[in-house]
Design a protein. Structure first.
Length: 551
């Protein structure tokens, strides 16, 4: 292993991507976090993953491939199990006679190649690809293969999304099946909605609700009772809302679910939020940051004090970004404390607490207590009121780094929102170090997306005078692999506003969001709309999607 680290380190030094000091820093980080050196330098933001793959590819004489534009063979997927692919972050691409070609982000892991050779009896050929693209492809292709096999076995029309659950189905089995399928398809929420004669079940996949099942009215009450028992709710109470939580484990699936009931004239509506702990451990570079924005954010979060805000509407990925950020800062030398409502994912070696109004633990009271716990970094789940904001500002002024969220449409509006809530302008300008605004864009299904012509109308929407050389416009179609939605997976788009002196002066003067936005863009800020338009120009999402999300 030591020889391998030295080899990669030497390659990076010779390429000029890092210097000796950075290599030593990366070796220490790699040891502390039990990573290979290549992943360590990428996680630290020292080297972009594409640059690392280019260096390795040139050295090992291996080709690189953008697998998001590649149609993977179903026959190849049958050779390697999904569990193996996920564990080692590889995906089989195609099979020719006795040769299997796989995509990997870690070509130095010889053990994986040896294991595949033994298990398959085939010759293994490698191509290099971005790890995030590999993970998305695993989600798409293995999920598609499983769903297709199940649909064919059941005799279903593969283009029909909604199906009926019959009365004679066992309720426990039905609930397990609904939960398992929701997790398997990557849903974030499950909605059970009673109607006059039946109930519909919808899953939120990639941020959009889709109907998948209907159940007879006779089965609705037993199903809701089963869920209430799991979530430790009162099954006899159906006149007032209730909240609960439970852990679900079936086969290889393990997640937490946060449940909520709401009384309606037709019965209780139930919503279950799926909390997959793996999402709380994602690396920053896998969230979709453009290279320069990621570098700026990494530098900013290493400041010793101040307030860093992540903004966006509900469901825009703010919590995931904050957790990935805290994981980056997490070390033995740093005391990180959080107060959340609720705790979504458990983070190792980070002191997390949850709001409990009945017990007197609010954001404000928790923050007061935290200040006596010798924290270095504080996460406040949300800036909800003036008291919380003022305490956060006091923490920032006394040498602490504070992270929090706000619901604003863009980064510039954050400053006006704080001022509208009654915070003095000089305190806002002196403590807010950066605002990261974000959205989640759905990505087009690579198996069925269709190329469209470049028109003047589209040129106006994406605001380009001339089409860049790499332009490739596509639109959604829909197939079995994306469950007829035309989209698979999402990525983050970001704008990072770091106030310079001109912006601070505008804040002190009480300028509106438009003036702050203009000053930020004049200073080189890459806006949300610009980031989203790049995904359209590269053929990764559609015009309709960026209009839905960013306008």
């Amino acid at each position: 292993m030591a020889a391998e680290k030295k080899q990669i380190g030497q390659l990076l030094l010779e390429s000029g991507l890092i210097n000796d000091a950075q290599l030593n820093e990366a070796l220490a980080y790699q040891k502390e976090n039990n990573l290979v050196l290549g992943k360590a330098v990428v996680s630290m933001g020292l080297v972009a993953e594409r640059d690392l793959l280019k260096v390795l590819g040139d050295h090992l004489m291996l080709p690189s491939l953008d697998i998001t534009k590649y149609n993977i063979q179903d026959e190849a997927l049958m050779v390697v199990s999904e569990d193996f692919a996920r564990e080692y972050s590889i995906i089989p691409l195609f099979l020719i006679e006795n040769t299997l070609t796989i995509a990997t982000a870690d070509p130095m892991n010889i053990d994986v190649i040896d294991q595949l050779t033994r298990d398959t009896g085939m010759e293994i050929m490698l191509v290099l690809s971005i790890e995030m693209d590999i993970e998305r492809s695993i989600d798409l292709y293995y999920r598609s293969t499983t769903s297709l096999a199940q649909s064919q076995a059941a005799g279903d029309d593969v283009r029909v999304v909604s199906r009926e659950i019959h009365e004679d189905a066992e309720i426990i089995q039905v609930v397990d099946m609904l939960l398992f399928e929701a997790v398997n398809m990557g849903a974030s929420d499950i909605h059970i909605e009673p109607r006059k004669n039946d109930a519909r079940i919808r899953y939120r996949v990639d941020g959009v609700l889709q109907q998948y099942y209907s159940i007879p009215s006779e089965s609705v009450s037993p199903m809701i009772s089963r869920i209430k028992i799991l979530a430790d709710m009162d099954i006899a109470e159906n006149r007032r809302p209730q909240d609960g939580r439970f852990h679900f484990s079936l086969k290889n699936v393990e997640v937490d679910l946060r449940c909520s009931t709401f009384p309606t004239p037709n019965g209780e509506k139930v919503v279950m939020r799926i909390l997959d702990e793996a999402k709380g451990k994602i690396d920053l570079h896998k969230l979709g940051f453009e290279g320069e924005i990621l570098n700026q954010w990494r530098k900013t979060i290493k400041t010793s004090n101040g307030i860093l805000l992540v903004t966006g509407p509900t469901g825009s990925g703010k919590t995931t970004t904050l957790y990935a950020t805290l994981n980056t800062l997490n070390s033995v030398a740093v005391n990180i404390m959080t107060v959340e409502d609720p705790i979504e994912y458990s983070l190792e070696n980070i002191n997390q607490s949850q709001v409990n109004v009945k017990a007197g633990l609010t954001f404000t009271s928790a923050l007061r207590t935290m200040m006596r716990q010798d924290p270095d970094v504080i996460l406040v789940g949300e800036m909800r009121d003036v008291d919380t904001i003022e305490l956060a500002i006091r923490a920032a002024l006394t040498g602490h780094l504070v992270f929090s969220t706000l619901h604003t449409n863009d980064a510039a509006s954050t400053f006006t929102r704080l001022m509208d809530m009654g915070v003095d302008t000089y305190l806002v300008s002196s403590t807010v170090r950066a605002v990261l605004a974000q959205r989640l864009l759905r990505l087009l299904c690579p198996r069925c997306k269709k190329m469209v012509e470049k028109t003047d109308e589209i040129k106006k929407i994406v605001k380009v005078d001339e089409w860049p050389d790499y332009t490739s416009l596509h639109e959604p179609v829909g197939c079995i692999h994306c469950r007829n939605s035309g989209y698979v997976g999402r990525t983050g788009v970001f704008e990072l506003l770091i106030p310079n002196q001109a912006i601070k002066d505008l804040i002190i003067k009480g300028a509106d969001a438009g003036e702050i936005q203009e000053a930020a863009e004049a200073g080189g800020m890459y806006s949300l709309n610009q980031a989203a338009r790049e995904y359209v120009l590269r053929g990764q999402t559609s015009i309709e999607e960026i209009m839905r999300v960013t306008l």
